[in-house]
Design a protein around this ligand. Sequence first.
Ligand code: SF4
Length: 448
Amino acid sequence: MALTGIQIFKLLPKTNCGECGVPTCLAFAMNLAAGKAELAACPYVSEEAKAQLVEAAAPPIRPVTIGVGDRALKVGGETVMFRHEKRFENPPGFAILISDTMDESEINARLERFGQLQYERVGLTLRPELVAVKGESGDAAKFENVVNRVKKGSDCGIILMSDNPDVLAAGLKVCADRKPLIYAATEDNLDRLADLAKESSCPVVAKASDLEKLAQLTTKLTEAGVNDIVLDSGSRSLRRAYEDQIIIRSAALNSKFRPLGFPTIVFPCEMTQDPMMEAVIASAFVAKYGGIIVLSDFQGENLFPLLVERLNIYTDPQRPLATTEGIYEIGGPDENSPVLITTNFSLTYFIVSGEIESSKIPSYLLVKDTEGLSVMTSWAAGKFVADTIAPFVKKCGIADKVKHHKLVIPGYAAAESGGLEEELPDWKIMIGPREGAHIPAYLKTWTP
Ligand code: SF4
């Protein structure tokens, strides 16, 4: 059980030296209890107290990393039940299933889809992270061979799945350096799986048939020295698995129940045979609170909506995605090219720049910092008005790049045209379309 602020305070030096960044030990203790401070910020805490305080400083849901390098996936580390309370931290990973009983062409096709299905959106690359290799043949050599092909065919994270510890050991032999997730420790194989996880320093899934048994299992694993654990509650119906996710999150956050303070893995692939229903089930776990979501296969029509849903849910609701302020040159513009201006809400920028690009008319796009707000919102908030646009246009240097001095403003900001003509007497203000989709037609009629 985590310590309270007062309990933490009793373990601190009580000198109020302020070196931790707050004026008193009590304030530091309160921050530590709330997860807003790191214990390392106090240089004077004794080793004895440190051991007890580490418990208080640890996140209620342990972060677990699968894989290495740029493609490593970090799950867990969540601190809130609801996104609007603060934000969700680590997006769930999507895994495609590959069985060692599949023929070579099917395995190759899946690996190819895994690599190809990635999408650019608002300046980010959306793609899945994991391949789950399932040992259904029971043949360790066959499993090892498929794991090896997956490892060589992609830099993805890997999940090794088998009921047989010998088969898992064979898979680990070829990919332990990629820090795969081992699936799964159960009551029956606990000691052997704990040894495999410790020897390879890899995370392991704890699987039980209900939450009580699951808590007992994780307690035994941590006592055996295994700390990087992912939870499988064993439920394979949407209703029970969904309930389990909520109970696990609530137990970890609200009751500070350490045995369930780990990220989870869920298997929509084992809940339905219908690919579209599988995607719908997966979408429920993106929202609440799957850590790793295993799908039977990836197709663009089911993966893309899930990637976008994940992006939306795991962005910080208090900080809109924003693009850097500045002049963006699209298609190699010259001194006679149109100049358009918009806001730095990422979605707005990518829609407008995409439409300019598709018009095939080289243009300058001025992106004004509006703290990530869209045109209408920032105009209503007074952040995209003549008084703020004009200084930006003057200082950004666009006047040196074009001869014509015509500025196209968004149709939704048309009310600012008069003010802009006063603020920018050297410029002719032109009112562009309201919708991005109408930009190509508008640009085709534009003359310097
Ligand atoms: Fe207290 Fe340590 Fe902070 Fe000093 S650095 S005020 S001793 S908690």
